[in-house]
Design a protein around this ligand. Structure first.
Ligand code: MN
Length: 248
């Protein structure tokens, strides 16, 4: 599957006349091409959305190649290294999905309530010389080592692919590595029951309550995906064409 159609499944499942979820207008292939092949310290976007649909689950999304690689994690992440959490890989989502919080109409795909539970940046957690190559190789191999720099989750983690189901969908395990951010016995999902951006509970989001707090500027800066920079650069380049002369 080329980068360009990696959002085809995402779009096919949704009726954008009915859901407020983003269609993802940025062509992934173009973004991937705009990014440098090598990057010394990639700061890629990551988010976790708490999603109350037919079943409550958490959606982990990690930016790679201009899209958000996505996993549905039924129990959410655990900061206890002894706890392995099942993570079912789902279709790639557009980068724009990272700011989506709200409701999806019932009857539509994923109908229910979506909370932005965590956000930040992530990078390569392995010891290969080239971080981007390390991320690509790790994802392909099913041994995806990452370092999260979020507001609630930090430090080293791994996603280990265990098997594929009959439809070719991959099952992974999300595991916290032992480091200074690991906490034995802690239940991070229970510790944080509100949106990381609006401070709202699931019920408040479902009821359309107003945001309780402003997004902190530092957090906004931290979550800025590298892909956005690529877009800005592309836009700047495009706008370098001489502007038509003003008529007065
Ligand atoms: Mn979901």
């Amino acid at each position: 599957m080329s980068d360009r159609d990696s959002l085809a499944e995402y779009r096919r499942k949704r009726d954008f006349e009915r859901t407020a979820e983003p269609e993802g207008k940025i062509a992934a292939g173009k973004i991937a091409a705009a990014k440098p092949a090598r990057s010394k310290s990639p700061a890629l976007a990551f988010v976790i959305q708490k999603h109350r649909a037919s079943h409550l689950h958490f959606d982990l999304r990690l930016e790679l190649d201009g899209v958000m690689k996505s996993w549905a994690v039924p129990k959410g992440p655990s900061v206890d290294p002894a706890v392995k959490r099942l993570a079912m890989e789902v279709e790639d989502h557009p980068i724009e999905y990272n700011s989506f919080e709200g409701t999806i109409p019932s009857g539509e795909y994923g109908g229910g309530t979506v909370m932005l539970w965590e956000r930040g940046t992530y990078g390569y957690g392995g010891d290969g010389p080239d971080p981007m190559e390390g991320l690509h190789r790790g994802y392909a191999k099913g041994d995806f080592k990452i370092v999260l720099q979020g507001e609630r989750l930090k430090g080293s983690w791994v996603l280990v692919r265990t098997r594929r189901d009959s439809r070719g969908k991959a099952q992974w395990l999300l595991i916290k590595h032992r480091d200074e951010h690991a906490r034995e016995g802690a239940d991070v999902v229970a510790e944080y029951e509100t949106s990381v951006t609006t401070g709202r509970t699931m019920d408040e989001i479902a009821g359309g309550a107003k945001p309780k707090k402003q997004a902190r500027p530092t957090a906004r800066k931290a979550v800025k995906p590298v892909v956005k920079k690529a877009v800005e650069t592309a836009v700047k380049k495009a706008s370098k064409k001489p502007a038509p002369k003003k008529r007065t």
